[in-house]
Design a protein around this ligand. Structure first.
Ligand SMILES: Cc1ncc(COP(=O)(O)O)c(C=O)c1O
Length: 405
């Protein structure tokens, strides 16, 4: 398979042979004949400003402990420029090891053990695993049939959450993984109203924020009226493919400053200095590279639509507004459904359509059932790859459905 190089598109820069030399989980969990379109890693080289920052640190042996507010300041500049967030509160932010550890630490600040944490499935599986592991109870308020937040379901879930414990929280995924929905400002304003009415604290996971695709606009939750006691978690990790370079930022709204002040000091010891340098360079100087990536992702989103229509016409989807994730409804394929008893939360668990596509098409996808209620019968496909790999993968998937084996 040839990957045609377009110098401006980061998604066409690496050959499959180069990618197969990678040792990260995307490339090593499955055998080499499998095309991996599952975990949220991208098939891109590093953005040049990020590579330069890392090279400089390695040359200097600058591999000690992280220090200062450089990451938050770079993020503040990016937020002002891209998200119309002119007063990003660097003084109310702190470094955390990564977004999920940040989520857990913030939940420890604003909830107590056994309190309810509301999530909107189908949603990023670790929302279940990390929250339960932190001894909080997950309460589901499923997305509506249109794939957007169901505000009536949230109202009801917040009411129930408050009955279950004194300090409930809502873990918002903004933009939403796996559907790629970018929540609108009016939806988020209603979330804030409902949260205030029921005494629910909002924690907004905004890791996919820089990945709003053409036609969509990301709204930072903390810029919405009524969000004063909320927290947000931000990171360069997804947009610039830095998941292995651990770092993220937790930000508190003005009425959550006292909670943030209770964050244990050791939490800020978790991020790696190299991670902080890389993420800082991404937000400070990685904008032009990001724009090229977003163009490539926009083109892949359109290509995926064409490929699905041609090879898998029975699969339906709603093209995402953001992220590089496509949430594919395979329920009309008549495939075996997920193994009963498999619960949400385990990212690598495979059954149903994803199992068939791995076994028969040699394409690795994420299995819908691990995303909670509403996920069974779906698969999540990561299209942050070259058009050539995407084409080959969907062609293989179509062939596997046409010739059940
Ligand atoms: C919504 C969401 N939150 C968090 C993460 C993980 O972030 P981190 O590696 O910084 O914990 C991901 C990774 O794909 C994600 O999609």
């Amino acid at each position: 398979m040839r990957v045609s190089a377009d110098d401006r598109n980061p998604l066409t820069r690496l050959t499959l042979a180069q990618l197969r030399q990678r040792t990260s989980v995307k490339w090593r969990l499955h055998p080499p004949d499998v095309l991996p379109l599952w975990v949220a890693e991208q098939d891109v080289p590093l953005a040049p400003p990020v590579a330069d920052a890392l090279r400089r640190a390695v040359e200097l042996g600058d591999t000690g402990y992280a220090h200062g507010t450089g990451y938050a300041e770079a993020l503040a500049g990016f937020a002002a420029q891209r998200w119309d967030w002119p007063d990003f509160p660097v003084g109310r932010s702190t470094l955390v090891p990564d977004v999920m550890m940040g989520v857990v630490e913030v939940l420890r600040l604003v909830t107590d053990p056994d309190d309810a944490v509301v999530v909107c499935p189908p949603v990023y599986p670790p929302f279940y695993a990390f929250v339960s592991h932190a001894d909080r109870r997950v309460l589901e308020a499923p997305l509506g049939p249109d794939g957007r937040l169901d505000l009536a379901a949230l109202d009801e879930a917040f009411r129930r959450a408050r009955l279950l414990g004194a300090r409930p929280a809502f873990l918002l995924c903004n933009p939403h993984n796996p559907t790629g929905v970018v929540h609108r400002r009016d939806e988020l304003a209603t979330v804030a109203e409902l949260a205030a009415r029921h005494g629910v604290r909002v924690v907004s996971d905004e890791i996919h924020a820089p990945l709003a695709l053409a036609g969509a606009r990301f709204t930072p939750y903390l810029t919405v009226p009524g969000s004063g006691n909320a927290f947000a978690l931000l990171s360069a990790s997804k947009a610039w493919n830095l998941a292995g370079l651990k770092a993220a930022v937790a930000v508190a709204g003005p009425d959550a400053a006292a909670d943030l002040a209770r964050m244990p000091e050791e939490v800020s010891h978790g991020p790696s200095h190299l991670g902080v340098l890389a993420h800082t360079a991404a937000f400070a100087a990685g904008g032009p590279w990001l724009d090229q990536l977003l163009d490539g992702l926009d083109a892949n989103r359109a290509l995926l639509g064409t490929l699905l229509a041609e090879h898998l016409p029975a699969v339906s989807w709603q093209p995402p507004d953001g992220t590089y994730l496509a949430w594919l409804d395979c329920t009309r394929l008549g495939l075996p459904t997920e193994t009963p008893g498999d619960g949400p939360g385990i990212v690598t668990d495979l059954s149903g359509p994803a199992r068939m596509f791995l076994d028969d098409a040699r394409v690795a996808l994420s299995s819908g059932h691990v995303f909670g209620t509403g996920g069974a019968g779906f698969v999540r496909l990561n299209f942050a790859t070259s058009p050539a790999v995407l084409t080959e993968a969907v062609t293989r998937m179509g062939r596997a459905v046409a010739t059940p084996g």
